[in-house]
Design a protein around this ligand. Structure first.
Ligand code: AMO
Length: 442
């Protein structure tokens, strides 16, 4: 490893000569002094170089102005996005990021950019439109504000894992090339698998259920694929699904209680992250018991009676939950069986309704979950009732033929979570290299 201190640690080394390394975030040339701001993974550090010598040689970096430092080689005050190693003396300066800067620098160029960035990465806010940002994602994401949602996403996943590890869950990794659709045949990507038809997994649903028969409690963090033909601010063709499944539940309410712990763990893990301050994120309170209403009550409140909730209804219900319960989270339980997948457990007390739920957060559906069927015969009946052949499901049904406990689980869309948390208008702002109807690269 190149021996260095991180910019965030600079102040701890006051008076010492240290080395930092990173990218030139900004070069600001004044009459008698040049300021370099160096960006590394921990933040920004200021370097103060002596003024520009009159008649200095042009920098080797394209677009650079004359930049030689007196007594130094030409090119030592390099332009933006040059990768540098800087050795200098740590000097206190309350105006510098972190309260310290490097003076008397020796600057070594590790790599020079061959192109100028598509927009100024040093400006506090990027003015470019989202498609331009996404087209240039490998470099655009270097901007601290564009990177921040991904830092929040990483912390959220760490919190999800920590919360479920604590509850005795085992992390699993299931195949993403599968033989049958899990959620609905409509939005599945077909692929050619050595000459046979196959699909990209829409969810780890079947495998996570089967693994309840092995581990009782499992979770997975992984990619899932949806051939979403509509162009919305909340749908991707590939997203990251945070899935969990657990056995020996009484009904869906035990699943909801575990989901509450997972979400609380995610919020706790995000708290204190520099990205939260940078984006001025207001973290939600996760109530000890998240309010829940029945689907029919949600219909009645919104005075709309379709068998599924529309985005407008979800928005309205979220606002209602804040008003009525002071909660940014709201469970809607008991969705109609007709609108849920065949593995859904019916509500034993309410004909036509299910033990399935959604969790709404800040106006959108964040999570789907519920209790599942667990008896083999119930699966055969459910598939028959939907006119489906058992053939494609044989592998899955093995688990039930060999005894499965009452169980349930949920899946949370990571990008939706992050987008709602940071207040991004478009899910793509919280997605690394989004895949959608139009976008396959970068
Ligand atoms: P569902 O299909 O509702 O349920 O997906 C669960 C959660 O995933 C997110 N999500 C999406 N995010 C971005 N782009 C999409 N196209 C997209 N589709 C869904 C949402 C949604 O709430 N197997 C069930 C889960 C279960 O019952 O355990 C399932 O996949 O946040």
């Amino acid at each position: 490893m190149i021996s260095r201190v991180l910019s965030a640690e600079l102040a701890e080394h006051a008076g010492q000569r240290v080395t930092i390394a990173g990218w030139v975030h900004r070069r600001r040339r004044l009459k008698s002094v040049t300021f370099l701001v160096v960006r590394d993974r921990s933040g920004l550090a200021q370097v103060v170089a002596p003024g520009v010598a009159p008649g200095a040689e042009p920098c080797a970096v394209p677009g650079a102005e004359p930049c030689a430092v007196p007594g130094a080689e030409p090119g030592v005050v390099p332009g933006e996005e040059t990768v540098v190693r800087v050795t200098g003396v740590v000097t206190a300066n309350p105006q510098a990021p972190g309260g310290a800067e490097l003076t008397e620098p020796e600057i070594e160029v590790l790599a020079e950019p061959t192109e100028a960035p598509p927009f100024d990465l040093y400006r506090p806010v990027v003015a470019a439109a989202l498609p331009t940002i996404l087209d240039h994602a490998p470099v655009a994401l270097r901007h601290p504000r564009l990177r921040a949602p991904l830092e929040i996403s990483a912390a959220s996943v760490a919190g999800f894992r920590r919360a479920l590890d604590r509850l005795g869950f085992t992390e699993i990794h299931t195949p993403k090339i599968v033989a049958s659709a899990t959620e609905s045949g409509a939005n599945v990507f077909g692929i050619d698998y050595f000459g046979r038809p196959a699909y990209l997994a829409q969810s780890p649903q079947f495998y996570k259920q089967a693994m309840v028969g092995v581990f009782e409690r499992v979770y997975e963090v992984g990619p899932v694929f949806r051939a979403e033909p509509h162009d919305t601010v909340r749908h991707l063709a590939q997203y990251t699904s945070l899935d969990a499944e657990l056995g020996f539940v009484r009904d869906h309410r035990d699943v909801m209680a575990v989901l509450r712990e997972a979400v609380a763990g995610m919020v706790e893990a995000v708290r204190g992250q520099p990205a939260v301050d940078l984006l001025d994120v207001t973290l939600p309170e996760v109530p000890a018991e998240i309010p829940a209403i029945h689907f029919t009550e949600a219909q009645r409140l919104t005075n709309e009676f379709e068998p599924d909730l529309s985005p407008d209804q979800e928005r309205w219900l979220s606002e209602w939950a804040v008003r009525e319960h002071g909660s940014e989270f709201l469970f809607v339980t008991g969705y109609p069986m007709a609108k849920r997948p065949f593995y859904t457990h019916p509500d034993p007390l309410r004909e036509g309704y299910s033990n399935g739920f959604d969790l709404l957060f800040r106006g959108v559906e964040l999570v789907t979950g519920g209790q599942r069927l667990h008896r083999h015969q119930d699966y055969l009946d459910a598939l028959a009732a939907r006119g489906e052949d058992v053939g494609p499901y044989e592998g899955y049904l093995q688990a039930f033929a060999h005894g499965m406990p009452p169980h349930g689980g949920f899946a949370l869309g990571l990008e939706r979570w992050t987008a709602r948390l940071v207040g991004a208008a478009n899910i793509r702002q919280a997605t690394l290299f989004p895949r959608d109807l139009h976008r396959l690269s970068p």
